[in-house]
Design a protein around this ligand. Structure first.
Ligand code: NDP
Length: 312
């Protein structure tokens, strides 16, 4: 039996074959196996997991590092069965680029009035709307982390009037940054297009309730690419039906898959995508998983650490 230290992989969504193929060249001295393949749990030092079942970690008494197989950690940090070891998450520039691509598409679609042209085309109607200057459109990014800051800077390069909101103060060239709850309502009121890029935490759950959605300018557009539960989905639906919001691009929902009877499906000012704005890419993210494993094994501090007490 091999005495190599072991990395255990668990995900019902990601391919073990892909991840192990990209990890092995970086970790030739680590035995990489799926949870079913582990023969000696005491050799398991590292876990690369996405939504493992409750009690999963108890078997691995010598775990030293837990890697969340994704950027969002809301399904992990609230658990009561986490071992007291460093927890990291994926934070890959390629994920940020893929997310920024989705966000740019959604913002440009509103900025260039594409939904109006789609409607006009269905009616065979030549509907001229003079293009607006990007600098006249205020785009608000809620959350200036790995993904939000990248998207905000891409939007700034497109010439939009970009504003960002975070918990602690941030500075990015060309982006007007504010922080803290006291600034939120004014921030919403000055966002013609709002993009939600916050993690789901006890503080952000239900943050965008009916009152806060009402702060958005009449006719504004709404984009959510982080977590559905940050927004009161009923209030959002009502705002879209009343015309207070002109449109929404939604990649995430309270309940996924979005139930077939949900009224959002029937609104023609809503674009729905099935939670794929960005995904973990083993070809590039494997290197950072391996790097953190090497750091832990040589007693160094890890990168992209998650703090369960903070919620992200
Ligand atoms: P980060 O943890 O890097 O950044 C989070 C940002 O939100 C930070 O700027 C942080 O502020 C801010 N924030 C957190 N809590 C608060 C608060 N209470 N008030 C104000 N600001 C707050 O996250 P990422 O950018 O990597 O990812 C964001 C989310 O995107 C993930 O949590 C995940 O849910 C989602 N996601 C969605 C995907 C999809 O396909 N739809 C794919 C990948 C991720 P500060 O900077 O001060 O800490």
């Amino acid at each position: 039996m091999s005495r190599k230290t072991t990395l255990v992989f668990y995900s019902e969504f990601d391919s073990f074959e892909h991840w192990s193929a990209f990890l092995r060249p970086h970790l030739p001295h680590v035995n990489i196996c799926s949870a079913e393949e582990v023969t000696d749990p005491d050799q398991v030092r590292y876990a690369l997991v996405w939504k493992p079942p409750h009690g999963f970690f108890a078997r691995y008494r010598h775990l030293q590092l837990l890697v969340n197989l994704g950027a969002g950690v809301d399904s992990l940090v609230g658990r009561d069965d986490l071992p007291a070891i460093p927890i990291t998450r994926l934070s890959d520039p390629n994920m940020a680029r893929m997310m920024a691509g989705y966000v740019l598409f959604a913002v440009l679609r509103y900025a260039r009035d594409i939904p109006a042209f789609e409607r006009a085309q269905r009616e065979r109607h030549w509907h001229y709307l003079h293009p607006r200057l990007p600098s006249s459109i205020r785009v608000g990014v809620l959350g200036l982390g790995e993904l939000g800051s990248y998207a905000a800077q891409e939007l700034e390069r497109q010439g939009f009037d970009v504003r960002g909101w975070s918990r602690t103060p941030k500075t990015f060239a060309g982006v007007t940054c504010v922080s803290g709850m006291a600034t939120l309502n004014d921030f919403l009121a000055s966002s013609d297009i709002l993009i939600v890029m916050l993690p789901l935490t006890p503080q952000t759950r239900g943050l965008l309730d009916e009152k806060r959605l009402a702060c958005l300018p009449r006719g504004g557009a709404f984009i959510n690419v982080s977590r559905g539960a940050i927004v009161d989905q009923r209030a959002l639906t009502a705002a879209l039906m009343s015309g207070h919001l002109s449109g929404a691009t939604l990649d995430v929902f309270d309940h996924e898959p979005l139930p077939a009877q949900d009224p959002l499906w029937g609104l023609d000012n809503v674009l729905i995508t099935p939670h794929l704005a960005s995904v973990a890419i083993p070809a590039t993210a494997a290197a950072q998983v391996a790097d953190n494993i090497k750091r832990v094994s040589s007693g160094e501090s890890v990168l992209n650490q998650v703090f369960p007490g903070r919620g992200y």
